[in-house]
Each structure stands twice: as structure tokens, then as C-alpha cells.
Design a protein around this ligand. Structure first.
Ligand SMILES: *[C@@H]1O[C@H](CO)[C@@H](O)[C@H](O)[C@H]1NC(C)=O
Ligand SMILES: *[C@@H]1O[C@H](CO)[C@@H](O)[C@H](O)[C@H]1NC(C)=O
Ligand SMILES: *[C@@H]1O[C@H](CO)[C@@H](O)[C@H](O)[C@H]1NC(C)=O
Ligand SMILES: *[C@@H]1O[C@H](CO)[C@@H](O)[C@H](O)[C@H]1NC(C)=O
Ligand SMILES: *[C@@H]1O[C@H](CO)[C@@H](O)[C@H](O)[C@H]1NC(C)=O
Length: 579
């Protein structure tokens, strides 16, 4: 049959022409198919595969991703894709890669790098490649945490609840009263119902995918990426602030022999983070809170009403300002302030107002603006304050983080397994006594931890020390004397656990992390550290700028110092925000 056909065609000239054109057409289709496959087909990514391309929003950084094992102890679990952004060393010889984390858990290292690439290179050194990565569950890294079906449902779930408004303390003047305890118990009942609902949502929509988001897994990713990008025997370098300091502490203690330069700033106590239930944290975390609040009030009184409208007269006793604020918080506890015009209509509670003061204390460079916002609210206009509490739900990234913070902290933590709302209420009263009388229950507004007893999974791995590794190059620890939420006591603790393998630099100033209010002295020591010049342990660095400046005066600095300080201020804008 075939032969016959061939012969037939062979002798039939017009038929041959048709065949030729048909063959040409077939070749064309084949070529198109090959081209399509080459251009659009992506084979299943293999562990270790990575790619780089331009970033949408930065002309200087490269964006990309790397494929890593989803579970380092079980190959069958498949892969995860870590989102990356890189700023290459501009100076030769290149020394290696420094991996970055700006805080959280929930902060995107990709966004951080893109936002501050050039400034980061100035304060770390332009002979390092800098890589920001989105840790497990966060940002563009896959799988991402998506417990809520969509961001609007997430917003609706939180709106006007105790999770958004924080815990209202009726009055700190009466913390021993039985009524006080009763009020707290009622609020914790709502809290428990909500975190239980969250846990059930996460179980349904994420399930086992949540097992790989703990800090121990993140640290294995850093080790893995460092081997791919710098080579298997190159030292591993890291820069982390706020929660990033916990990543640093895990890193040096899980991989002491791999570690090169590690700088941590704004220290979260890793012992507490990994081994105490979160509803006990405030007594540890808030140990510098009251003295930071006092500094705010004193600086405000000294600045006077022109730059700090919370003051009624220049140099009035700071206790007067404290008393007026306290009266405002107590009034809100009885009657919340209506907010008709803001990112959305709502009302301001006492719990929210105290939480917002805590957030304000973390960022001294915005103390003047914070004072204006509070003064306006005390005069009946809470719009600005409320906008700081409730982000615009129409913004493109609203709800982008879902419950990624809990996805990390619940795997790192021991389980809080308190059975009743009475337990956290009693611990809460203890926080007011022993942690911070004004803000002992106000941490939840910026750091919504807790409810891990309802979290649906345990992590693939949990690391809980020991924390006393011996390193070739000591880790640099930076702590502020007046950091309201990562107190110097935590820096001293990490330093004392590794007395010969860490160096503590103390910045004598306010704010959460040294870059919240940069000191030229600290910035230079950090830069020298990455250039292998070790600072002296215990060095104390002053902060040059006042907290309530009429205008910032950088004239006293040389051009290069000014440049360095401005770079540090720029990076500071993106560090440890909303934790
Ligand atoms: C404290 O409690 C007492 C008695 O319950 C009450 O009379 C007083 O007004 C309370 N003080 C404040 C500031 O709420
Ligand atoms: C209230 O404060 C907001 C934000 O500061 C401002 O835009 C608005 O004009 C103020 N409203 C009134 C009635 O003063
Ligand atoms: C480190 O700490 C662990 C546990 O606390 C302890 O058993 C070990 O002896 C310590 N190692 C060093 C070198 O101090
Ligand atoms: C630290 O170094 C000192 C002096 O070399 C030594 O006596 C001490 O035992 C070391 N401490 C630790 C925890 O390694
Ligand atoms: C390092 O400095 C800190 C802060 O002054 C101090 O507490 C610690 O004991 C010092 N460590 C060593 C090994 O001297």
C-alpha cells in the first residue's frame, strides 16, 4: 500500500508539488511546536535550580528565586521556592554573600533589599553581594501562608475585634480590682474564640503545608543558598534586625562551623522565643519599655509645645504629660472615640491607643509626628492615629502576610496550652506589675502572637538550643539602651551565652534596633566588622541627633559621614517595622 502510494506520487508531478508544500507546512508546524516548548515549557524545578532577572521595581537589583527541599528530612515532601533579590558587590575582590532579614516574622527580605539596596551596601560594605530573601511562608516565597480565602475576608475577620483593637485595661490605677480581672477575662474569651477560628481555617486551607515554616527550616535554607551561591566551604554571612536577630542566633548555633560574619541588631531573646509560651513574653520583652516612655515624655517636655504639642509649656514637669495621656487612655476605656473619616470609619479604643504609643516609642525619628497625632486625638480628632492602626484595605499589599507571623512563631515555640481565659488574664496582670505598668498588655497590637494551642501542625523541625556555640569569627550584637521591645537585657543574655564568640556594642539611645535612630559610631563599627576589624566588646556608642529636632542638623558632619548616616537612616525606615 505504501509503495503503491509512493510510486503513484512519484509519477504525478502536480501531486508532488502539493506534497512538498504539505511537508513544508509540517516542518513549519514542527518548528513552531519546538519553539513553543523551548520558550514556554519549564521542567519541574529541581533542588538547587535558581534564576535571576531584572526586578520590576529596581534598576539596580536583580530578582529571582531558588528551589530548595521543602523538608530537609524528607525528600518526598517536594520542593519550596525561595524568592530572592540581590545587589552585587561593586568593588573587587568580592568577599562573598551577606543574607539579610529585616524583622517580623513576616518581613520580606526581597522588598527590603529592593527598597534600600544602595544604602545597605554603604553600611555593610560594597565588596559583599547582598541577598534579601522572603523566608518560608512569607512574601513571594512558595508555598505562601494563605489561611484566609482572600485578603478582604482577613480584614473583615479582624475589623473591630480584640485582635485589631488590642486589650483594653480599664485603668492601670486599679489593677488589683476584681472588676479589672473580669474585664480582661471577657476580652481574652473573644481572643481565644478568634485564634481558635484561625487555627481551624489554617487546618482546612493549608494543612500539612504549614509544617515547613519554622526558623530552623529558614536557617537550613540560608545554609543551602550560601553553598549554592558562594560554594560549599565558604563561610556563611548574615545581617538581621529584630526577629532577624533570632534567625542569626539560630544560624550560629545550628551551623557554628559554617559561620563567617553575622551581625544582629535589636535582640529578641532566642531562649525565650523558643522555650516560653508567647503569653509570658511581655515580662521579658518589655523590660526597657517604661524607661523609653519616660525618655519620650522628658524629651517632649524639653522640646515644648512648638515641636511636641503634647506639652502644654516649655519644660513643664514630664509627669504632667504622662498624667494627661493616662487620663486620655482611661477616658477611651469608658468611651471609645468615634472615627468617622479615616482609611475606614471606626472607633479608637484604649487598648488600640496604648498599642499605638508602643509602636510610636519604637521609632524615635517619628516621635514629633506621633506627638502631633496623639495631641490631635486628645482634642477629639483620632483620624491620623486610627490610620496608623488600620492600614488601607484597598492598598495592593493589604493582607498580603495573612497569618505568616504565627506560621513561624507557632512552630518555634512551645505550645501555649492554657485552657481558659482566666489564665492569660492573670498573667496579663502580672505583666502590668512586673513588665510595664502602662503597656504590659499592649504588645498584641503590633505583635499578634498567641493561640498556638490551636495551630494545626507541629514543625518539621524545632530548635531550642543550646545557645553557646563557639565561633571562629565572633557574632556582632547591637542593642539600644532604650529599645522598647527588644531590650538590652536580651542582647546581654545572648552575649553572655557566647562570651568568647560574640561582641556586644551598646547604643546609648532610644528606638527599636540601632537604625531606628542611627549613631555614626555604631554604623562605623558595623562597617568595620564586615571589613574584619573587630569592635571592642562593651563599646558604648552615643546618638548624635535630638529626638524632637526643629529640623535635622547634619552640617556638623563631614560629607562622607553625612552620607553614611543618611544611608543608615534610609535602611532604618524598613527595619523592624510592625514587627
Ligand atoms: C478604682 O476603683 C475604685 C473602687 O472600685 C473606684 O472608686 C475608682 O473610681 C477607680 N479608679 C479609677 C481611676 O478607675
Ligand atoms: C483630623 O485630622 C486629620 C488628619 O490629621 C485631618 O486631615 C483632618 O482635617 C482633621 N479633621 C478636622 C475636623 O480637623
Ligand atoms: C552549652 O550549653 C549546654 C546546655 O546548656 C551544655 O550542656 C554545654 O556544656 C555548654 N557548652 C559549652 C561549651 O559551654
Ligand atoms: C572564654 O575564654 C576565657 C579565656 O580564654 C576562658 O577562660 C573561658 O573558659 C572561655 N569561656 C568559654 C565559655 O568558652
Ligand atoms: C562584654 O560586654 C558586656 C557589656 O559591657 C559585658 O556584660 C560582658 O561581660 C562583656 N563580655 C566579656 C567576655 O568581657
Amino acid at each position: 500500500m505504501k509503495e503503491h502510494q509512493l510510486q503513484h506520487l512519484h509519477h504525478d508531478q502536480p501531486g508532488r508539488k502539493a506534497l512538498r508544500s504539505r511537508i513544508t507546512l509540517l516542518w513549519g508546524i514542527l518548528a513552531l511546536a519546538v519553539w513553543t516548548i523551548v520558550c514556554f515549557y519549564r521542567p519541574n524545578p529541581k533542588v538547587g535550580d535558581f534564576h535571576w532577572g531584572p526586578c520590576d521595581s529596581s534598576p539596580v537589583a536583580a530578582c529571582g528565586s531558588i528551589t530548595v527541599p521543602k523538608d530537609y528530612f524528607n525528600k518526598d515532601a517536594g520542593v519550596a521556592t525561595i524568592a530572592l533579590a540581590r545587589y552585587k558587590a561593586t568593588k573587587c575582590p568580592r568577599k562573598g554573600t551577606v543574607f539579610l532579614n529585616p524583622g517580623g516574622p513576616g518581613g520580606s527580605g526581597v522588598e527590603f533589599l529592593i527598597a534600600a539596596a544602595g544604602s545597605l551596601a554603604k553600611i555593610i560594605g560594597d565588596d559583599w553581594d547582598l541577598i534579601g530573601f522572603d523566608p518560608r511562608g512569607i512574601g513571594k516565597t512558595l508555598p505562601a501562608v494563605r489561611c484566609f480565602p482572600d485578603p478582604i475576608e482577613e480584614r473583615l475577620f479582624f475589623a473591630n475585634t480584640v485582635l485589631e483593637h488590642g486589650i483594653t485595661v480599664p485603668s492601670v490605677a486599679n489593677i488589683t480590682s476584681e472588676n479589672m480581672r473580669h474585664e480582661l477575662v471577657l476580652q481574652y474569651r473573644q481572643f481565644l474564640a478568634m485564634v481558635q477560628a484561625q487555627g481551624q481555617l489554617c487546618a482546612k486551607n493549608m494543612g500539612e503545608e504549614l509544617r515547613y515554616m519554622g526558623t530552623a527550616t529558614v536557617v537550613r535554607d540560608i545554609d543551602f543558598m550560601s553553598k549554592v551561591f558562594d560554594g560549599k566551604d565558604s563561610p556563611l554571612n548574615f545581617w538581621g534586625a529584630s526577629y532577624g536577630s533570632a534567625i542569626g542566633a539560630y544560624l550560629v548555633n545550628m551551623f557554628p562551623n559554617r559561620v563567617g560574619h553575622v551581625l544582629i541588631d535589636g535582640i529578641l531573646d532566642p531562649v525565650m522565643w523558643s522555650s516560653e509560651p508567647s503569653y509570658y513574653w511581655a515580662t521579658n520583652v518589655l523590660t526597657s519599655m517604661e524607661k523609653t516612655y519616660e525618655m519620650f515624655l522628658k524629651d517632649c517636655a524639653q522640646a515644648g509645645p512648638k515641636t511636641c504639642p503634647l506639652a502644654e509649656s516649655l519644660n513643664e514637669p514630664w509627669q504632667n504629660i504622662e498624667r494627661r495621656l493616662e487620663a486620655f487612655f482611661d477616658e477611651l476605656a469608658i468611651s471609645p472615640l468615634p472615627i468617622p473619616f479615616a482609611s475606614r470609619p471606626g472607633f479608637l479604643t484604649s487598648g488600640a491607643a496604648r498599642g499605638l504609643m508602643l509602636i510610636n516609642l519604637a521609632s524615635p525619628r517619628s516621635w514629633p509626628q506621633g506627638a502631633i497625632d496623639f495631641a490631635q486625638a486628645m482634642n477629639g480628632n483620632g483620624t491620623a492615629l486610627f490610620n496608623a492602626l488600620v492600614p488601607d484595605y484597598r492598598a495592593s499589599n493589604a493582607g498580603a502576610n495573612d497569618l505568616s507571623r504565627l506560621a513561624v512563631s507557632c512552630l518555634d515555640n512551645v505550645r501555649d496550652d492554657y485552657p481558659t481565659a482566666e489564665e492569660p488574664a492573670d498573667v496579663g496582670l502580672k505583666m502590668l506589675h512586673e513588665g510595664s505598668i502602662h503597656f504590659g498588655l499592649s504588645l498584641g497590637v503590633s505583635e499578634p502572637d498567641g493561640g498556638c494551642q490551636y495551630w494545626p501542625v507541629h514543625g518539621a523541625e524545632r530548635f531550642a538550643g543550646p545557645w553557646n556555640a563557639t565561633l571562629r569569627t565572633p557574632m556582632l550584637i547591637i542593642s539600644n539602651t532604650h529599645d522598647p521591645i527588644t531590650p538590652i537585657s536580651s542582647g546581654v543574655r545572648v552575649n553572655s551565652l557566647m562570651p568568647n564568640s560574640s561582641i556586644l556594642v551598646i547604643q546609648d539611645g532610644p528606638g527599636h534596633c540601632s537604625l531606628a535612630m542611627p549613631s555614626l559610631c555604631t554604623v562605623k563599627l558595623a562597617l568595620e566588622y564586615f571589613a574584619d576589624e573587630m569592635p571592642t566588646n562593651g563599646t558604648i556608642c552615643p546618638v548624635e541627633a535630638p529626638t524632637f529636632p526643629a529640623e535635622e542638623d547634619l552640617k556638623m558632619f563631614s560629607a562622607s559621614d553625612r552620607d553614611l548616616l543618611q544611608a543608615a537612616q534610609e535602611v532604618g525606615k524598613y527595619v523592624g517595622r510592625r514587627l
